[in-house]
Design a protein around this ligand. Structure first.
Ligand SMILES: [Zn+2]
Length: 406
């Protein structure tokens, strides 16, 4: 039995960098599987013990993130099937999420009830299999904050919004439409009958892209092309990088609150139109946090200024777009929510200069909506209505802006 003992996450990251290269040279297709029978998250004194059985050793690392306190474990590369069967008895662990974070890397994120530090972290191997054990012990908020603030080693940080690649739109028309299929990768969104919101919305985004390009008046960019995780902030950066004239985020969330059924358009507001809308916006931010996005370097003062700009110039244009969508969707005899235009503090709608709306195509928590979403004919009808809505909005918007110009 060979024991690989690592002390601090920073040390592990450097070990990882070396071992990741070694491994990729050996076998790129290596994929470890989680063995739920050899895995558990349990209370251990005042702390938490995380034990993970893996079918083979892989390079890995742990790190801490703040706001909220989280433990992030990255592995190259683990199939997390069965993670939901893992015994989880630690009161200090409030939430858990696992999945693909970026190509070649799998992530496990634990949301912690308070400040903890990694007191030991090791991977042992035995007979070709591996066992990971991480011990967390309670810490002072100051000690925790210091560890959580350590910068990511080179190559690990999420791409900075300024660094996102320039996307090439499909189509030839004058209006650049950025379609944003919600969720993806480690964040599957809502789930129902083996379908995920992430996959359904990618399918619908591709269908809508095709309909828009066929129409001829639009060029179209998608914020993600596959089942990959894209942070909310990166989605708005991608839109800006693509020169978006308009941004349409596509979702099919599950909503226990209220009577959520039928397509619903959301625009940005600080005060949500109702509790259900507030919950929806909060959940999307939480999905980002649970995927391990570090928001600690975002500047609130800048955000305030941009919000003012958005309120006066861009927001009326987004409101008109929402109105055009409601009119076109109702005109196509597609059933909408009884309050079809709502609002909330959705992070993905916060581009100050791009009219942005979020469309809940339907709610996966509703059986009737789920059947509609699964029906290609229904989706084609909705796509047609959205093409019409974007076209009529663009015409009206151009006329209004021309009239307002000095
Ligand atoms: Zn969603």
């Amino acid at each position: 039995m060979r024991a690989l003992i690592f002390g601090l996450w920073a040390l592990m990251a450097s070990v990882l960098a070396a071992s990741a290269q070694d491994l990729s040279a050996q076998d790129l297709s290596a994929l470890a599987r989680l063995d739920p029978a050899r895995s558990a998250i349990s209370q251990s004194g005042q702390g938490v013990q995380i034990s993970l059985g893996l079918s083979q050793p892989v390079p890995w690392r742990v790190r801490l993130l703040d706001m909220p306190p989280r433990l992030v474990m990255d592995f190259r590369e683990v199939d997390w099937s069965g993670i939901n069967d893992l015994p989880q008895t630690a009161a200090a662990v409030k939430g858990l999420r696992a999945g693909v974070f970026r190509p070649g890397w799998s992530r496990l994120v634990l949301e912690l009830a308070g400040p903890f530090l990694v007191s030991s972290a090791e991977m042992t191997t035995d007979d070709g299999r591996a066992a990971v054990t991480v011990q967390l012990t309670p810490a002072t908020p100051e000690d925790f904050a210091q560890k959580a603030a350590l910068p990511e080693p080179a190559g690990w940080a999420m791409p900075k919004p300024a660094d996102v690649p320039k996307l090439q739109p499909q189509g030839t028309g004058p209006l650049v439409v950025v379609l944003d299929p919600g969720h993806g990768g480690i964040d599957p969104g809502a789930e129902s009958a083996g379908q995920t919101e992430a996959k359904l919305m990618l399918t619908f985004a591709r269908e809508l892209e095709e309909a828009l390009v066929r129409d001829g008046r639009f060029r179209v960019v998608l914020t993600r092309e596959g089942d990959v995780f894209v942070p909310l902030e990166t989605r708005t950066s991608l839109a800006r990088g693509a020169g978006a004239d308009v941004f349409l985020s596509l979702h099919a969330d599950a909503l226990a609150e209220g009577d959520a059924q039928g397509a619903t358009v959301y625009t940005l507001s600080e005060d949500a139109s109702d509790e259900a809308s507030a919950a929806l916006a909060e959940r999307h931010d939480r999905d980002d946090l649970l995927a391990g996005v570090d928001l600690s370097d975002q500047d609130d003062v800048v955000a305030e200024v941009l919000m003012d700009m958005a309120r006066t110039e861009t927001q009326p244009r987004a409101e008109r777009l929402a109105g055009a969508i409601v009119a076109a969707v109702k005109g196509a005899k597609i059933r909408m929510h009884r309050h079809p235009h709502q609002s909330g503090g959705f992070s993905v709608l916060k581009s100050p200069d791009i009219p942005s709306v979020l469309l809940e195509v339907g709610f996966l928590s509703s059986d009737r909506d789920f059947r509609r979403l699964a029906d290609p004919d229904w989706r084609a009808k909705l796509a047609g209505a959205l093409v019409q809505a974007l076209g009529s909005w663009a015409t009206e918007d151009a006329a209004l802006r021309a009239a307002a110009a000095p």
